[in-house]
Design a protein around this ligand. Structure first.
Ligand code: FES
Length: 183
């Protein structure tokens, strides 16, 4: 029995030319996907300087605003800092001082002494902040009272979001009279 040309083609499957085109197309698709994946770190690396500022000092939760409504003296709170660079995210904990509200606004101070960076302590009985390293002292508002610190304690930027107090933690240069954020 004689088979038609069409029947022969069905039995043989795609021509060598069709198979080659299919394989080439698959290579092209997989090459595009791999190229896109490899480009992600490159893109992050290339745009790092643009994103650096926003990622270096992100906002941290301090706690519900209602928790600080009846403060009568500074209180220490632990916050979590998240730092993102081009390659990874790391988290650490540090302390800040929340001050009683003034004019309806809560203020947050860095506990780092502007003299040489020791942790300043709130002394309830003396109603002032004292640095244990060289006896620098500050009022309950963080204003410099005496000792070697060249300026008052550093206030941190704050905002309230969804009823929560948030702080933008930053480090400031020591041994200078003006508050200068470190890059
Ligand atoms: S480090 Fe605070 S007074 Fe020197």
């Amino acid at each position: 029995m004689e088979m038609t040309t069409e029947a022969n083609e069905e039995v043989k499957g795609p021509t060598p030319t069709g198979r080659r085109s299919f394989v080439m197309a698959m290579f092209a698709v997989s090459g595009t996907v791999v190229g896109a994946l490899l480009a992600i770190p490159l893109f992050r690396f290339a745009t790092y300087p643009l994103r650096k500022d926003e990622s270096d000092a992100s906002w941290s939760d301090v706690g519900p605003v209602a928790d600080f409504a009846s403060l009568t003296a500074p209180v220490a709170k632990t916050i979590t800092l998240e730092r993102r660079d081009a390659w990874q995210t790391t988290s650490s904990q540090t302390a800040v001082y929340v001050l009683p509200a003034k004019g309806g606004l809560l203020r947050v101070l860095s506990p780092i002494c502007p003299h040489l960076g020791c942790s300043v302590r709130w002394e309830d009985e003396q109603n002032k902040f004292i640095c244990p390293c060289h006896s620098g002292s500050f009022t309950a508002e963080g204003e410099r009272l005496g000792g070697p610190p060249p300026r008052s304690m550093d206030a941190l930027e704050t905002k309230v979001e969804d009823g929560k107090l948030k702080v933008r933690y930053q480090y400031f240069r020591q041994l200078v009279s003006n508050k200068e954020a470190m890059a």
